[in-house]
Design a protein around this ligand. Structure first.
Ligand code: ZN
Length: 355
C-alpha cells in the first residue's frame, strides 16, 4: 500500500463518488452550535456561492430576496463575521471566530439590483467572480457597474474570460488555451478596473492539477471550486470548496450548511476526478480516525451509497459513474467528537458528456 505524508495517524480509506448537496441529518446539525474547541492549528471558514438574486426566471440559479435577507439576518444573529476571499489569507484569528465568505459567480445584473443592497443593509462583505467576456452583455453587469460595486467594497475576482469548459480541450492544447483565456481576462480587468484580481473561481468547478499550478505561478493566492465543503487549514488553496446556495434553499438547510464542520479527508489527488474510459473511477481517501466518531456516510448523487468494506482503515472502491451525466458529486459525512456533522465532497467529471 502506498503511503501519504499527511500528518500522524492518517490512514487510507477507500472510496466512492456522488452528486448531491443534501443529506439526512442536516437539521440536527442546524441545532448545534459550532464548537470553539479546535485542535491546535485548525481553523475553518464557511464559504458560500450564489448566482442570481430576485430573478425568478431561473429558479435553479436564483436566490429570492426574501430567502437572502433571512440568511443574512441569520448570519448576523449567529455571530458570524464576513470576510472577502483575499482577506481570509490575512486573518490571524481564524481559529477563534466564526467566519463566512460569501461569493457570487458570473456577475449578473441582479446582484447589483437585489443582492448587493441586502448585503449593504446588513454590513456583510462579498466577493464577485466575473467572467470578462460576458460583461456589458444581456443579463450581465457592465464594467461601470462592476467598478461601482468595487468602490462600494465588493471584492472582484476572476471567473475566466470565456467561462468555457477547459477540460474539454485536448490535453496538449488545454493549458495554453487556459493561459490565453487568463491573460485576456487579466487585460480586461486591468483596463476597466485598474487592478488584476488575484483570486479565481473555476467555471463549473472544473479544473485539473496543471491549471492549479498555472494560477499559482501567475501570482494567484487561491481558487474556488464548486464542490461543497468547509474551507479549513488542510484545504488546497487552489481547490477551495463552497456550499451552493442557489435554488430553493430553506433557512434550515442554509443554517445546517453554515454550521457544518470540515471533514478533514484527503483524496488521492487534488481537484475533481475524471472518469476512466471504461466508466469507472477509483478514489482513495484518508483521514485521522481519532478526530471522528468512526461512522462515515457515503452519498453518490444524493443517494446513500453502501458503506465500503473497511479493511483496517483502508477502503477501496471501483465506482461506475452514470454515463449520461457530466458532473457527479461524491459526498462523505461523519460526526466529530463534539457530535457535530462534518462534510467533504468532490466532483467526478465524465468528459464523454460534452456540455
Ligand atoms: Zn460561473
Amino acid at each position: 500500500m502506498k503511503t501519504i505524508p499527511y500528518g500522524k495517524v492518517y490512514k487510507w480509506i477507500g472510496v466512492v463518488f456522488f452528486t448531491s448537496l443534501f443529506f439526512v441529518g442536516s437539521l440536527q446539525a442546524w441545532q448545534m452550535a459550532i464548537s470553539n474547541i479546535t485542535q491546535e492549528g485548525q481553523w475553518q471558514v464557511k464559504t458560500l456561492v450564489y448566482h442570481r438574486f430576485g430573478d425568478n426566471r431561473y429558479p435553479s440559479t436564483n436566490t429570492t430576496n426574501e430567502a437572502f435577507e433571512q440568511q443574512l439576518k441569520w448570519l448576523q444573529q449567529n455571530g458570524f463575521t464576513s470576510v472577502t476571499a483575499s482577506e481570509v489569507k490575512r486573518l490571524t484569528d481564524k481559529d477563534e471566530k466564526k467566519y463566512v465568505c460569501i461569493t457570487i459567480d458570473d456577475g449578473y445584473k441582479s446582484f447589483k439590483e437585489n443582492g448587493f443592497p441586502l448585503l449593504k443593509k446588513y454590513g456583510i462583505k462579498s466577493t464577485l467572480y466575473v467572467n470578462t467576456e460576458s460583461v456589458d452583455w444581456g443579463d450581465y453587469l457592465s464594467w461601470d457597474e462592476i467598478k461601482e460595486l468595487q468602490t462600494q467594497g465588493v471584492e472582484i475576482g476572476n471567473h475566466s474570460h470565456s467561462h468555457d469548459f477547459f477540460l474539454n480541450k485536448k490535453p496538449e492544447e488545454r493549458l495554453l488555451y487556459f493561459e490565453s483565456d487568463l491573460d485576456l481576462s487579466e487585460k480586461l480587468f486591468k483596463k476597466h478596473l485598474g487592478v488584476q484580481p488575484k483570486t479565481y473561481a473555476y467555471p463549473y468547478g472544473e479544473f485539473n492539477a496543471e491549471m492549479m499550478t498555472l494560477l499559482k505561478q501567475k501570482g494567484y493566492s487561491m481558487a474556488f471550486a464548486q464542490n461543497s465543503g468547509v474551507w479549513n487549514e488542510s484545504t488546497n488553496s487552489f481547490a477551495i470548496p463552497r456550499f451552493p446556495m442557489s435554488g430553493n434553499v430553506s433557512i434550515e438547510k442554509f443554517a445546517s450548511k453554515v454550521l457544518m464542520e470540515p471533514f478533514r479527508v484527503r483524496f488521492n489527488g487534488e481537484g475533481p476526478f475524471v472518469i476512466n474510459q471504461d466508466g469507472s473511477v477509483e478514489i482513495e481517501l484518508m483521514y485521522d480516525k481519532e478526530q471522528y466518531n468512526g461512522i462515515v456516510n457515503y452519498f453518490v448523487n444524493g443517494e446513500v451509497y453502501d458503506k465500503p468494506k473497511d479493511e483496517e482503515g483502508v477502503i477501496r472502491l471501483n465506482l461506475h459513474v452514470p454515463q449520461d451525466r457530466r458532473r457527479t458529486i461524491f459526498t462523505l459525512t461523519t460526526k466529530n467528537k463534539d457530535n457535530n456533522w462534518c462534510w467533504k465532497s468532490n466532483l467526478i467529471i465524465n468528459l464523454n458528456v460534452v456540455e
